[in-house]
Design a protein around this ligand. Structure first.
Ligand SMILES: [Fe+2]
Ligand SMILES: [Fe+2]
Length: 282
């Protein structure tokens, strides 16, 4: 387990994001396929994150370290903020004509409930740990590649996504430490990391496929090509951190935080309105 850390490193930010009527599902108008990939991931959050919260809550009594228990509570508060903001954004997506997403939501609700009913706490905690490895990799990618991914995009959505994954970087150690402290089974962790990654990707794909179909783009060759390029970019950026997370010596604390992450955190401390990023100069 990592050494005790300053609890100030996990800070619960309640950001009053708003997603008014004028916000478009193609919030990055130059990159419709990318917009829908993000929308698809957003769709999963109000199902995935409450499941992570319930799992971590169940693990709390088995965690010996008081410091870690306090970190788990902060983790729960952060994830609680994340899914509530995504819920508002997802409601807007559905209201804007993507009612097919409700079927994907239903499937996610059922699968996560089934995990809790039929699988062990070891599985669910390992899933949380595995998903957090993925979230850390995505956080680094979004931050390092922010200009390509968010330049010129709607600031409200870009800010939501960047805030969320800034906090994923911030709480990178918690689910890992919780799993290590309660179970610590290495091979099971690797299995669950692969499982959780593919599981979240499956739902995200169902969602962006439904939205691209609705747009009449799913059968369009140039749209498919742009989607393929973005998926390749995702895999190119995710493969190294995921492989690294599967090594026996891995600990998230060894992953150096990006510079932009640190400046985002410092800026926010001085001025919370800085959470709204300027997408004209990323
Ligand atoms: Fe989150
Ligand atoms: Fe997280």
């Amino acid at each position: 387990m990592a050494e005790a850390r300053d609890l100030d490193t996990i800070f619960v930010r309640k950001i009053p994001f708003e997603f008014p009527e004028d916000l478009q599902p193609h919030w990055n108008s130059e990159q419709v396929e990318w917009s829908h990939m993000v929308n698809g991931t957003s769709l999963a959050m109000p199902f995935l994150e409450p499941y992570l919260i319930r799992t971590m809550r169940k693990a709390l009594p088995a965690i010996d370290s008081e410091v870690l228990r306090d970190e788990v509570k902060l983790y729960i508060s952060q994830e609680g903020q994340h899914y509530q903001q995504h819920r508002k954004f997802n409601d807007l997506l559905i209201a804007k004509g993507y009612s097919e997403l409700k079927a994907v939501e239903q499937a996610m609700a059922e699968e996560y409930r089934a995990f809790e009913k039929t699988r062990s706490l070891k599985f669910n905690l390992a899933y949380a740990c595995g998903f957090e490895s993925m979230a850390l990799g995505i956080g680094h990618w979004l931050v390092e590649d922010r200009e390509t991914l968010f330049a010129g995009a709607d600031t409200r959505v870009a800010s939501l996504i960047l805030w969320h994954f800034i906090e994923e970087i911030e709480h990178k150690n918690v689910a890992f430490d919780a799993y290590q402290s309660v179970y610590g089974d290495y091979f099971y962790r690797v299995y669950a990391t692969v499982f959780a990654t593919l599981h979240v990707m499956k739902f995200s794909r169902h969602a962006y496929q439904a939205m691209l179909k609705k747009d009449g783009l799913w059968g369009n060759l140039s749209s498919r090509w742009r989607l393929l390029k973005m998926i390749s970019r995702f895999f190119g950026n995710m493969l190294p951190p995921m492989l690294s997370a599967c090594m026996p010596w891995h600990h998230p604390s060894k992953v150096q935080d990006p510079q932009w992450y640190q400046s985002w955190v410092e800026k926010y401390r001085k001025d919370p309105s800085s959470a709204m990023v300027d997408t004209t100069c990323l």
